[in-house]
Write a protein that binds this ligand. Structure first.
Ligand code: F6P
Length: 545
């Protein structure tokens, strides 16, 4: 499947980058800025209402040229086209990867196996719209004739993280008379706490699962069914009024007892972690209304078109992907911190963890050869300014290099006194401090005692991106998500790995299925695990009440 002629580390561009790193790797951002007065304005990108300042990266124009060369040598253009053309780029699962079709406008053509999939996408969007309008207006009645006031999404992974993140991100735009809850964990506490104060008569469950076989979701959905029927007199006719499903598996949905008339479908060519803009986003649409949901899809689509068409040098996702890869492979950086200075984006880092780490946490190339370079980074982060009083210490003075993506908005959604100016000032100050630091001379000049000087030095030279937009809107959220989706794909193409499978989640699932009866059953099991696992099972069986 690869278009690379040589293994990655033997490619001309890779070798050129290794040499280049030797010559510029030691250079400090202080020098890079003082030698190049135009840098802060030149190393920026503005498109689609997003502004990126990438000048505080440990790069020169030559670095960028070589990184772009690497992308070209890796056949990135062809691989982007392959995705948009519905080729089965998820090679190990033999699937096309067409999340871009989920946000294509009516009238667009995106082919999968010779058939335009865009009309089916809009058919589902129209059904979601009609359904959302009925619930939001109070027209949809529960089993006892009351309108729905509470919506509980049951799902996990891509069927949860996207919906939760989007609900939190767009809460400003949400219908405040409706209550939203999200249940994902098989830990019963998650369900118990989520419904504790809810009236079943006014509660609707959205069971979201691509496969409709996921253990956590099916366990929670079953418990939800029991919870509902217990208080509504046990009449299973109530299920039709209080449960809808989002899935690709109609058979399993009806086996569960949900009428497929109340099912919103999507397709095999949508990966779980790329599905929040499919029917998996039903809870988002219910919260913010169809108009805002469609505005978000439009934002996604604009970023898709930009990714497909913009030259690599000025292509947002390509540039961000290349910068991330630069630190991962040439500086041995292991992580990337995503730091949104916008409280509504508090779940964005968690969402990105599945997107980036389930996609690019791979040890072999698409043709099964072990890689001899690092692949996916660890993504993590917290909204500003909370992190400043927690882990920023390590980013500033620790021994590891942690590239940061700051995300800021010029305007708050809820203006409140001086809060937003203070917030913005903190984001800019952190990026400045990380890049330029504070030398021993500067620390001494403050009158610091000699012995304390080393403790108060900031070495600086710690890279960051600053992503800036006017304000957080549904459209901008769509663009931000698509930006990271495509930046993830960009890196996977260069690493020559399959970003769309997730075999690494399988082994634990299989072992859990074996262990469940060993914990649960009355009779003493014949344990055949390692001595540690056997011991833990025996011990918990003894401790269990
Ligand atoms: O276990 C990983 C995974 O398959 C994810 O890729 C997916 O998002 C999640 O489980 C949930 O799967 P489903 O939507 O089929 O319940």
């Amino acid at each position: 499947m690869t278009t690379m002629k040589l293994p990655l580390t033997e490619s001309t561009a890779w070798k050129a980058l290794l040499d280049h790193k030797k010559s510029i790797g030691g250079q400090h951002l202080r020098e890079l800025f003082s030698d190049d007065p135009g840098r802060g304005e030149r190393m920026t990108l503005e498109a689609l209402g997003l502004f990126l300042d990438y000048s505080k990266n440990r790069i020169t124009d030559e670095t960028l040229r070589l990184l772009v060369e690497l992308a070209k040598e890796s056949g990135l253009k062809d691989r982007i086209d392959a995705m948009f053309n519905g080729e089965k780029i998820n090679v190990t699962e033999k699937r096309a990867v067409l999340h871009v079709a989920l946000r294509a406008p009516k009238g667009a053509t995106i082919l999968f196996e010779g058939k335009n999939v865009v009309p089916q996408v809009h058919e589902v969007l129209d059904r979601m719209t009609a359904f959302s309008n009925r619930v939001r207006s109070g027209e949809w009645k529960g089993h006892t004739g009351k309108s729905i006031r509470n919506i509980v999404n049951i799902g996990i992974g891509g069927s949860d993280l996207g919906p939760v993140m989007a609900y939190e991100a767009l809460r400003f735009y949400s219908e405040r008379s409706l209550t939203f809850r999200f249940v994902s964990n098989v830990d019963g506490i998650d369900f118990a706490e989520a419904v504790l104060d809810l009236n079943p008569e006014e509660t609707m469950f959205i069971v979201s699962s691509k496969t409709f076989t996921t253990m956590e979701t099916m366990t929670n959905a079953q418990t939800a069914r029991e919870w509902l029927l217990k208080s509504l007199g046990g009449n299973s006719a109530a299920v039709a009024k209080h449960f809808v499903a989002v899935s690709t598996n109609a058979q399993k949905v009806s086996e569960f007892g949900i009428d497929t008339a109340n099912m919103f479908g999507f397709w095999d060519w949508v990966g779980g972690r790329y599905s929040m803009d499919s029917a998996i986003g039903l809870s988002t649409m219910l919260a913010v209304g169809p108009e805002n949901f469609l505005a978000m899809l439009n934002g996604f689509h604009e970023m898709d078109e930009h990714f497909r068409n913009a030259p690599f040098e000025s292509n947002f996702p390509v540039l961000m992907g290349l910068l991330a890869l630069w630190y991962n492979n040439f500086f041995d950086a292991q992580t990337i911190a995503v730091l949104p200075y916008e409280n509504y984006l508090k779940r964005f880092p968690a969402y990105l963890q599945q997107l980036t780490m389930e996609s690019n946490g791979k040890q072999v190339t698409v043709d099964g050869k072990e890689v001899n370079y690092h692949t996916g980074q660890i993504y993590w982060g917290e909204p500003g300014t909370n992190g400043q009083h927690s882990f920023y210490q390590l980013i500033h003075q620790g021994t590891r290099l942690i590239p940061c993506d700051f995300i800021v908005f010029a305007n708050p959604l809820i203006p409140l006194g001086r809060h937003h100016d203070i917030l913005l000032a903190n984001a800019f100050a952190q990026a400045e401090a990380l890049a330029f630091g504070k030398t021993a001379e500067e620390v001494k000049a403050d009158g610091t005692a000699e012995w304390l000087v080393p403790h108060r030095v900031f070495n600086g030279n710690r890279p960051s991106n600053m992503i800036l937009a006017d304000r957080l809107t549904p459209d901008i959220l769509g663009k931000l998500i698509a930006l990271y989706e495509h930046s993830t794909y960009t890196q996977s193409v260069i690493w020559n790995i399959d970003a769309f499978d997730q075999w690494g989640v399988e082994l634990g699932k299989v072992l859990a299925q074996q262990i469940i009866p060993e914990i649960e059953n009355e009779e003493i099991p014949q344990l055949k695990h390692d001595t540690s696992t056997n011991n833990l099972i025996r011990l918990t069986r003894k401790m269990k009440k």
